[in-house]
Design a protein around this ligand. Structure first.
Ligand SMILES: [Fe+2]
Ligand SMILES: [Fe+2]
Length: 210
């Protein structure tokens, strides 16, 4: 009997010890960015479900389905980082981005072919810097172990942006939309040039805050 009590007390102490040793991040902006990105990846994946469902072309459908898969992977990768620092999933962001994702998904069936491609590209353009900013925030705290995964996620978002732009770059509606919504052939929300890509070590020139 005493043995069982002893084991239970010991296990409890080991649990507390391990729990206390897990690193906590003292960076409010980074925590918020991780929580938001985690939930926004779900919104993006939902949106691409509607987008893939609404296009007729099989090649376009397959490409968008692959992008949806990329977003689910990002969500898993962001969660792994959050778990490492005991960062909880935000219930508010989960709810908010669930509604946004489902609304965009539905809208793809009624707003025609051009707009889902345009706004997907525009949103991806903004997502790119979220991952580079996370990397910069971690580095401010002296943490370098997530550099490669965050770099890869940022570049993947850039690839998504490039794909969506390639689909609409010759569309006659693009000049008007680019003027109004500030994204297109000449305007991007990030400064990444895929033709002259910086490696992870020198990627801090990307997405620098002014
Ligand atoms: Fe993503
Ligand atoms: Fe993306």
């Amino acid at each position: 009997m005493y043995n069982i009590i002893f084991c239970a007390v010991l296990t409890f102490h080991i649990y507390i010890y391990i729990k206390d040793r897990s690193v906590k991040l003292s960076h409010k902006e980074l925590i918020d960015l991780l929580q938001r990105a985690y939930s926004a990846e779900k919104a993006a994946a939902f949106a691409y479900q509607g987008h893939a469902g609404s296009v007729r072309d099989k090649i376009q459908k397959a490409a968008i389905r692959q992008i949806e898969e990329d977003e689910w992977n990002h969500r898993r990768e962001v969660l792994q980082i959050m778990n490492q620092y005991n960062i909880p999933v935000s219930k508010w962001y989960e709810f908010r981005f669930y509604v946004i994702g489902k609304a965009i998904s539905f809208s793809c069936y009624i707003i025609g072919w051009f707009m889902p491609f345009y706004f997907a590209g525009s949103l991806e353009s903004g997502n790119v810097c979220e991952y580079f900013r996370m990397k910069q925030f971690f580095n401010e705290l002296g943490i370098k172990e997530h550099d490669t995964i965050l770099y890869e996620m940022g570049i993947k978002e850039k690839e998504h942006e490039v794909y969506f732009l390639s689909m609409i770059k010759n569309n006659k509606l693009l000049p008007f939309f680019e003027k109004v919504f500030k994204w297109g052939k000449k305007k991007s929300a990030n400064n990444i040039d895929m033709e002259a890509l910086e490696p992870v070590e020198t990627s801090d020139i990307y997405c620098k805050r002014k």
